[in-house]
Write a protein that binds this ligand. Sequence first.
Ligand SMILES: *Cc1c(COP(=O)(O)O)cnc(C)c1O
Length: 356
Amino acid sequence: MSNRVINLYSDTQSQPTPAMRQAMAEAKVGDEQRGADPTVNALCARVAELLGKEAAVFLPSGTMCNEIAILIHCKHGDEIICERNCHLIVAEGGAPAALAGVMMYQIDGERGIFTAEQVRAATRERNRYAPRSRLVSVEQTSNAGGGSVWPLATIEAVAAAAHEGGLALHMDGARLMNAVVASGITAADFARPFDTVWIDLSKGLGCPVGGVLAGSADLIEEAWVWKQRLGGALRQAGIVAAAGLYALDHNVERLAEDHANAKAFAEAIAEVPGLALDPATVETNLVYFDVTAPGLDAAALSARLLERGVDISAMGKYRMRAVTYLDVGRDEVLTAAAVVSEVMQELAAPAARDAG
Ligand SMILES: *Cc1c(COP(=O)(O)O)cnc(C)c1O
């Protein structure tokens, strides 16, 4: 056995492959801020076309894609309708409030997915008392929802409800390409009703850095002003954009392997006593499961697994998340599942419990 850790912490852990690094080394570059980096321009054109939008802008992170989208759609005091556990709310340092001064109307979704009826119920009547409902945000796939894929029909119904209420639409597409590969629906079809939509390059696509935000030419021009203001305008960024182009050529279809590996991992640990998981809920590359063994919590299990060479994150007191991506193969997920099973047996054994 090697001492290498099997890293299921996140799909952000992927390492650029030698071929990706080669593409980066050979990239033609220029001053991105002036619009003169040919590789960044090529990536933006490619993503705009992929998402069926007029224009796109390269940004240093997915978080900046979300926050700039909010800044161009909303004024201070406006309200965004979104799911309670979406990334905007739980993982962006309070940026919607800190940067855009917006309020968040939090819908309780089902595995991160909400309905058109919930959007209608959340949309406030326009009057001088209420915050102005302004934007609906959809996360495809839903991270905290377990990597669940929004069905196209649900997206279309939610979009219709948003439009009835005069609201703009934003998609956090950090893992949109996982949804595309899992469903067979094109990115452009998923993105069609959205005013702004982005994909992350540094998750399952395996790039070191970056996200690309797409929308109408006018909205992307406004996004550029915020990119400049926030210090997100870059120089010879083609070095990293080249990784994005490489990933779109080589790392999209293979996401199916990640999904199959996630499913295999889920099936292998589903029956382990002291854990709760329904493999049928695993649609893409995220596997969430709960620790139900008495006296054990997620942090303790995560620490014990790490000692045994398996990195799985604690996402809550009793919630764990394992993520598959291109550096983790079938053998490794099955080894990881076996380690989870062994560790749970040890932790649940009476002797271990008595020893405290
Ligand atoms: C990772 C993630 C982001 C943020 O992307 P970064 O590139 O890490 O800033 C936004 N939304 C979701 C759903 C994510 O999983």
